[in-house]
Design a binder for this molecule. Sequence first.
Ligand code: FAD
Length: 504
Amino acid sequence: MPRNRGYFHVMVPLVAFFLSYVPVIQAGYGAQSCCLTLAQNLVGSVFFEGQKQYADSLGSYYSGQESDLSPSCIVRPINAAQVSTAVKILSTAHIAKPGSCNFAVRGGGHTPYAGSANVESGVTLDLGRMKSIKVNKSRGTVSLEPGLLWGEVYSKLDPMHISVVGGRSNLVGVAGLATGGGISFFSGRYGLVCDNILNYEVVLADGRIINANEREHVDLRNALRGGSNNFGIVTKFELSSFQQGNLWGGDITHDFNTLPEQLQAFVDYGGNSDFDEYSAFFQVFGTVGGLYFITNNPVYTKPTPYPPIFKKFYEISPQLSNTARIAPLHNLTTITGSVAAMGLRNMFITTSFDNDLPFLHWVVQTWKTFSAELAMVPGLVNTILNQHLVPKTLRKAEARGGNSLGLDPNRVVVIAMLSLTWTEAADDEKVRLAAIAFIKSVEAEAKKRRVYNRFIYLNYADLGQEVIEGYGKSQKNRLRAVSKKYDPAGVFQVAVPGGFKLWP
Ligand SMILES: Cc1cc2nc3c(=O)[nH]c(=O)nc-3n(C[C@H](O)[C@H](O)[C@H](O)COP(=O)(O)OP(=O)(O)OC[C@H]3O[C@@H](n4cnc5c(N)ncnc54)[C@H](O)[C@@H]3O)c2cc1C
């Protein structure tokens, strides 16, 4: 069922506007007729079941749950003008009959839950053919199209000795990560990925292509910094660039019985008042085949091996494996990329809390109990990844114009992400319900201990988590006002069911 139908009433002048731009959809409203109209207007860019391009698109999602969905057609535009034509057609159908022609917007396709960037029996706009990278040396910026993966960006920029604040896995898409916030190895120095986007080229619901930056449509620019697909389709991101050579980093794995030292080192790192902005770190607790392990991922954005900021972690022994090395960014981002299994059943779910040692012990012990309950699920890889956002990172947002995330810049936050991979679709429900119950228990305990943080990181969230609520009331109201201004018919609220909506 389409959401919010009652809120957005049909707007007659808007319908007239749309109909003046696109051919009337002849065969009645529905995904099939929308697909035919799209195929007539975007010759060579609309693909149907049975065609290789359709199969390639579905086969390249990160999760099996996303690949399982069968859209009526997949539009693979080659430029912003084609995105605009597609959106006009889809908006016209929505305004004439809400729910008749739902659509999804896909960047890299790395969100695991079904329906985030794909849609059953609707139209999927797969931006994967839009992969231009333009370096503007005089402006000190790099413009990226939304079909790029971060690895493709770094392959081009590394040899030029420049970089941008981007994702930590070469496989992940630019567009979803950047519109959802974006945590980078460079976040200590420059803030989140979204804080470093100077200009967004956006296709609005009425098909207009506009720019949002510090001079024009500032409200939209700020909303897009964490507001995801709620306002339009971003067709170009212009990011600040900076000089960058090799980095140092890698994965260091330990036995699980080092847990007390690991958690102590983690809390000390996040709480360090002299936080080293060149450092980035996350800690993973994992189990596979009944074995438990702890993997640390220290990264230093200078070619300095074993910098002192991570000293407490190196002192923990024994190390079972250690891939730390000096390397270009593209090489270092294959560490996380290589362990990410494509096409299996996948789930992310997340919560946030204070940097509190006793609570972290409780979380990890509770996660172990939860893991034992799921041990019989075939092929299960079960990890919980903890990382900090520290004041030095969070304060960078304000200096760059602000974002939508509603984080308190003076409070260290620990973001915990539960990530699960398994092989059989028959286990989807069992795994998902157990994961939701685990995260709810963490939230309840955090509230009891007064260490709860309402922030739910959009890029790690599962369907149904209240991400926008977690931004806080004033941010939510602001985002709603921006949506009403730029998308008065609510196309991106109702006709695009994937993502985290502003209503209700
Ligand atoms: C292996 C792996 C590593 C990761 N590493 C990091 C990391 O280092 N840092 C981090 O912050 N996150 C990380 N993530 C999480 C990641 O940021 C999210 O999964 C993100 O959504 C992926 O972006 P995408 O373009 O691939 O996603 P998609 O699934 O294609 O899209 C995600 C959402 O964004 C919307 N969207 C996509 N393109 C556009 C557009 N052009 N305009 C408007 N809306 C759009 C979609 O509709 C969808 O709702 C990682 C995920 C994985 C699987």
